[in-house]
Design a protein around this ligand. Structure first.
Ligand code: C2O
Length: 358
């Protein structure tokens, strides 16, 4: 049966482990606030999109956009920790559903995990959807949109840590990043690749081509079946047999590349418990989300198909909305980003990896 929403009253410490270097285990409390009002069932009617949000590439937005973005995160960071809309709670949502704070709804011998399977793309889409709505409501601007970190762009300036996240006095800054990877260091879409810049660019394009173009069915690209009873406690970012190519490949690579390698778990971005404490996380996932749409509709050979198994479509998650209410959502409602009221511009540099020949 499909994954259901967990009982938030039964919460345990989350566990995280290092995947490189000496084994370090960290346990932390990322239990989520218990809602004071009833759970809201998501419908498109209740969450009407009044304006269309256009998510822009982080390296191309202007100073007014950045000022508003900073302001939004400043406000989010200033909310009390136990407010469901606070930055701390937002980060804990990721920790809680990725590091075993909750048991699966229908099988309490198994912990809930939203990575390493077909849930990955849809869960993160919903996560960004509500995160963006909260930021928009905090700045009082319904057009407020997340940016995307266009790390796959190997030609027009997207393949660096975006400048807007770098000033140390900004709400978009996070101290736990790899200081060796600040601009002008190019991103690496495969961990550990070496060579001069043109060799790195070439390997980055190859990685994009493999993850996006070669892996043309839902199983390979999105990930495999995860239902009630599926236990992924032995999966890690280094070995996730049910994980899709986009997750296991370029997505993980950016997490590793961004996190601070002097930290035992490559915090913040390099590990699930802390990844979403870095505002750059949401821009990273915005690009993953854009690439999902691109994979589905924008590649040669015509549209590709998402999973259509009811166990996929009917999986349910919890998120907090801009009113602090707990909302129950379904995977099937996440499959069309335009219905959710946002989209992405065409990115010309996509053609470089689409037309790459290995
Ligand atoms: Cu939930 Cu990029 O990880």
């Amino acid at each position: 049966s499909p994954i259901g929403v967990p009982n938030l009253r039964e919460c345990q410490l989350a566990t995280d482990r290092s995947v490189v270097g000496p084994l370090t285990t960290v346990q932390l409390n990322c239990c989520l606030p218990i809602p004071r009002s009833n759970v809201v069932d998501f419908t498109f009617g209740k969450y009407k999109a009044t304006t269309k949000r256009l998510r822009m590439p982080a390296h191309k937005v202007g100073s007014n956009y950045i000022a508003k973005y900073r302001r939004a995160y400043e406000l989010m960071r200033s909310l009390p920790q136990d407010d469901p809309r606070s930055f701390a709670t937002q980060a804990n949502v990721h920790c809680a559903f990725c590091n075993g704070a909750y048991k699966q709804a229908g099988d309490d011998s198994v912990l809930l995990q939203v990575h390493f399977s077909w849930l990955f793309l849809a869960w993160h889409r919903w996560y960004l959807y509500f995160h963006e709505r909260i930021l928009a409501s905090l700045v009082g601007d319904p057009t407020f949109s997340l940016v995307f970190w266009n790390w796959d762009d190997q030609r027009d300036g997207g393949n660096f840590m975006p400048a807007m996240f770098l000033p140390t006095d900004s709400s978009l800054y996070d101290a736990k990043r790899n200081q060796a990877n600040l601009p002008p260091t190019l991103v690496k879409l495969v961990p550990g690749i070496t060579g001069n810049n043109s060799e790195i660019i070439n390997q980055n394009l190859n990685a994009m081509y493999q993850d996006m173009v070669t892996n043309d069915n839902a199983e390979l690209f999105m990930g495999g079946t995860y239902v009630t009873g599926t236990d992924l406690s032995n999966s890690t970012v280094l070995s996730a047999p049910l994980g899709g190519s986009i997750e296991n490949g370029v997505h993980n690579a950016i997490h590793f590349w961004t996190g601070d390698i002097t930290q035992p778990l490559i915090q913040d971005m390099g590990t699930f418990t802390t990844a979403a404490r870095d505002p750059i996380f949401y821009a990273h996932h915005s690009n993953v989300d854009r690439l999902w749409d691109k994979w589905r509709y924008g590649l040669p050979g015509g549209p590709r198909d998402d999973h259509s198994d009811p166990d996929f479509l009917n999986a349910e998650f919890y998120f907090y909305d801009e009113n602090g209410s707990l909302v129950k959502v379904k995977v099937s409602d996440a499959l069309d980003s335009s219905k959710l009221g946002y989209g992405y511009p065409e990115v010309a540099a996509d053609e470089l990896w689409i037309n790459y020949s290995p």
